[in-house]
Design a protein around this ligand. Structure first.
Ligand code: R1P
Ligand code: URA
Length: 289
């Protein structure tokens, strides 16, 4: 039995942070970072059956063209992903009455629709990236047995190429779920390795007033290549989503609208347009159109 201190439930039986009970979620779930993006998606639904919010975690479940989908905001960063995926997994794979893990496990399909900064000149603002791999620079998953699912060849290549300071903790690399990659297959979307950082400024090499960046590391990241896979973009959730989903047996895919280009120093004039396009593309794929 899982103790009350480990799996914390609210008085109405919902999980602690997400405020959800098992019947409130679909098995196809779209993650967005920003809570205001949830309704930008569910405005297209035929009906909404459930809405809730606690802190930055807003969830709406409803029907889009006959398909039941949940949309939820994760807030910013890998630490929030730890909360969201563990509580979602508890909703489907732990009996909340008896507090026992279920024998027959359920796999969720998780698709992130996010925003991101491109590292490559030829991946401009307002384009889209599908993360074939998540490269975790954030260290979040080190408390789990991440070696079970990580891609050691790619990790070693990255450490060697960048001369990575191992005191920062070895980065982990996890692939997207093939099932979802096939669902979204499109030549409109660049594919590559998405590096996930634990912060927006320093950890992504952005200098404002604190000029203590490792320029050599930054340029080596831009030029890294592993079997034709380059590091395409930087954001703050993908590797954590891929890592925890793999460990718990869920499918995950991360799609990002490029709103900043770090190579050219440009920012999108209308970042929401690219996000909106990605939303309608993903919804139609999920609904089988
Ligand atoms: C930073 O502005 C946030 O934007 C990106 C980053 O990953 C980080 O969460 O994603 P979202 O637009 O999904 O929040
Ligand atoms: N989100 C990030 O985390 N980084 C960027 O450069 C843009 C969006």
């Amino acid at each position: 039995m899982i103790k009350e201190s480990e799996l914390i439930l609210n008085p109405d039986g919902s999980v602690y942070h997400l405020n959800l009970r098992p019947e409130h979620i679909a098995h196809d779930i779209i993650f967005v970072g920003d809570q205001n993006r949830v309704e930008k998606i569910t405005q297209f639904f035929d009906s909404i059956e459930y809405s809730t919010q606690k802190r930055e975690f807003k969830t709406q479940t409803g029907i889009y063209k006959g398909k039941r989908i949940s949309v939820m905001s994760t807030g910013i960063g890998p630490d929030n992903i730890d909360i969201v995926i563990n509580e979602l997994d508890a909703l489907v794979n732990i009996d909340l009455q008896t507090r026992q893990p279920k024998e027959k496990l359920t796999s969720l399909n998780i698709i992130r629709i996010g925003t991101s900064g491109s590292l490559q000149e030829d991946i401009p603002v307002d384009s889209f990236v599908m993360s074939k791999f998540g490269l975790g620079l954030d260290n979040m998953l080190r408390s789990y047995l991440i070696d079970k699912v990580s891609n050691t060849a790619l990790e070693d290549a990255f450490v060697t190429h960048t001369n990575w300071d191992i005191r920062k903790g070895k980065p982990y690399v996890i692939a997207c779920s093939e099932k979802l990659e096939k669902l979204i297959e499109s030549d409109k979307i660049f594919k590559g390795i998405t590096a996930t950082a634990g912060g927006f400024y320093g950890p992504q090499g952005r200098v404002l007033r604190l000029n203590i960046q490792d320029e050599e590391l930054n340029s080596k990241m831009d030029n890294f290549d592993f079997n034709g896979n380059r590091i395409t973009n930087l954001e703050m959730e993908t590797a954590a989503i891929y890592g925890l989903s793999s460990l718990l047996g869920h499918n995950a895919l991360s799609l990002n609208a490029i709103i900043a280009n770090r190579a050219s120093g440009t920012f999108s004039e209308d970042p929401y347009k690219a996000v909106d396009e990605l939303i309608s593309y993903t919804l139609n794929k999920l609904a089988g159109n």
